[in-house]
Design a protein around this ligand. Structure first.
Ligand SMILES: [Zn+2]
Length: 159
């Protein structure tokens, strides 16, 4: 229903192409009233759209925030599940090994026998690598004991 541009009261369409306000008794040409009301309606509609858009945006932001937390939770949960599955697999492997130890070892020995050259090379590599590590550890141990001896010497001389 169109309203009066003057007081906002609802207009009444007369038989003539005119609107009349029953509150302030003003008369308006039909076209003027309708275009005025259309503009008003359009403006209100736009404001409404903007308001809805803002609400939508707020909702979206909230959803995004919630989704982030959800994703984080999901990620954590997944990570834990992956860890658990790895542990389970290792456990199963271990159980399998203990159950079939003899066959596995026998198979391994046969494989070694058939690839002695490769196996010996691997073992040598491992030993060399370990020797290097052991040598470094030995050096560290040596320096530590020397430091301790020096400290004891210092204490003996000064107290
Ligand atoms: Zn009026």
């Amino acid at each position: 229903m169109p309203t009066c541009p003057n007081c906002g009261f609802e207009l009444v369409l007369l038989n003539r192409p005119k609107y009349k306000c029953s509150l302030c008794s003003k008369l308006y040409p039909q076209q003027q009233v309708e275009s005025y009301n259309f503009r008003n309606w359009n403006k209100k509609q736009k404001e409404n759209d903007l308001h809805n858009l803002k609400l939508e945006e707020k909702k979206m932001n909230k959803l995004i925030q919630e989704n982030k937390t959800l994703k984080a939770f999901r990620f954590l949960f997944n990570e834990r599940r992956i860890k658990q599955s790895i542990e389970k697999k290792l456990q199963r492997k271990q159980e399998y090994y203990f159950k079939n130890k003899q066959i596995i070892n026998l198979k391994r020995d046969i494989r070694r026998q058939n690839n002695l050259e490769v196996y010996n090379k691997m073992r040598k590599n491992w030993r060399d690598k370990n020797l290097e590590t052991m040598r470094i550890y030995g050096q560290i141990q040596h320096y530590r004991s020397r430091q301790k001896a020096l400290a004891l010497q210092y204490l003996k001389n000064n107290y």
